[in-house]
Design a protein around this ligand. Structure first.
Ligand code: TRP
Length: 330
């Protein structure tokens, strides 16, 4: 059995892109691996959320994970800040994390450029906290997207550095888990790239969006002036067809493809159908999200179980690491 670790920042609700991307794969992975999935709430403090927002966001993301099929019995599902051991490992790793390499990190440079008023030490040491998250469970695989590859590379650097420094083979070098074809890429509604929350209001459809919001977003999706003889579909229309392929029945896709070819397609009709199919798909998930988010007793039991299991693994690592470093009892 392989050990898999991944974290998700509680900075916004999950959308269809997350669902068909990472989450469905997490749900598959939990069947045949030792999975640790956590909500990266320590990391989210770099943006200084209010206590109420922080707590609300954690509740929402956890409810969305559970509603999407993550099983707290199969995977260890926990809140990062319930695992103080990770803060200790972060401190220890920081002693061997160099200012130069931290400052060269692309995500740090990007943040320093875009938010010069809040370049805090947490931002600088984001990679060492992320490394601590991963190696505290001695992970073999980390399912993350392209944007996290550099962080994972730094994790390997820190793990190797620790091993070399103390002459041990203690931490495995975690590898990116590549989903390959299993990753369904969901386009956004703005006619350009993939679905994402940072691409602006209305580009993403969230799992918890009510039907009227879904209708409004889909009806406002970018299209074009209509099919042009001999030309390929525009990116915007291609994106709507991609969504249709994921969300609708084959007959529906065939019908609109045919209409498109004939030049008689009405984008409004396609959007109406697409909106109803998305609503039908997400309605049961949304109901579950709302029920779970309102069930404090259930959330408390899930997080307690997750914290217990995560601490079992993490406290073993910390005990051994302290020993290796030379913190020993008299
Ligand atoms: N940095 C990740 C992101 O922004 C979140 C994260 C924090 C993470 N710790 C992790 C991902 C450990 C994988 C493993 O998406």
């Amino acid at each position: 059995m392989q050990t898999v670790v991944s974290g998700i920042r509680p900075t916004g609700n999950l959308h269809l892109g997350n669902y068909f991307g990472a989450i469905r794969n997490f749900v598959r992975m939990q069947e045949s691996n030792h999975c640790y999935f956590f909500i990266a709430d320590y990391h989210s403090l770099t943006t200084h959320p209010t206590p109420a927002d922080l707590h609300g966001n954690i509740r929402m993301v956890l409810s969305e994970f559970l509603a999407s099929g993550l099983d707290p019995e199969k995977a260890t599902l926990y809140v990062q800040s319930d695992l103080p051991e990770v803060a200790e490992l972060y401190l220890l790793l920081n002693m061997n994390a160099y200012l130069g390499e931290l400052m060269r990190c692309t995500s740090f440079k990007e943040k320093a450029r875009t938010q010069p008023e809040n370049v805090n030490a947490g931002l600088l040491t984001y990679p060492s906290l992320m490394a601590a998250d991963i190696i505290i469970h001695k992970a073999h695989f980390v399912p993350v997207g392209k944007d996290q590859e550099q962080h994972l590379e730094m994790t390997r650097t820190f793990a190797k550095r620790f091993n070399r420094m103390y002459g041990v083979e203690y931490f495995p070098e975690p590898q990116a888990y590549n989903f390959g074809d299993a990753l369904v890429k969901i386009p956004g509604l703005d006619g350009t790239g993939k679905m994402g929350k940072s691409e602006g209001e209305g580009n993403a459809i969230f799992l918890a969006d009510p039907p009227e919001v879904i209708r409004k977003k889909v009806m406002r999706a970018v299209t074009d002036a209509g099919p042009q003889a001999g030309q390929e579909k525009s990116q915007a229309v291609e994106n709507l067809f991609t969504l249709l392929k994921v969300m609708s029945k084959q007959e529906t896709v065939d019908f609109f493809e045919d209409q498109y070819l004939k030049g008689s397609i009405r984008y409004g009709d396609l959007k109406k159908q697409l909106a109803e199919d998305i609503i039908a798909y997400t309605a049961p998930i949304r109901e579950k999200i709302l029920a779970i988010a309102g069930d404090d007793a259930y959330l408390a039991s899930v997080t307690r179980l997750g914290a217990d299991r995560a601490r079992e693994s993490a406290s073993r690592t910390i005990r051994e690491v302290r020993e290796i470093i030379g913190f020993k009892a008299f």
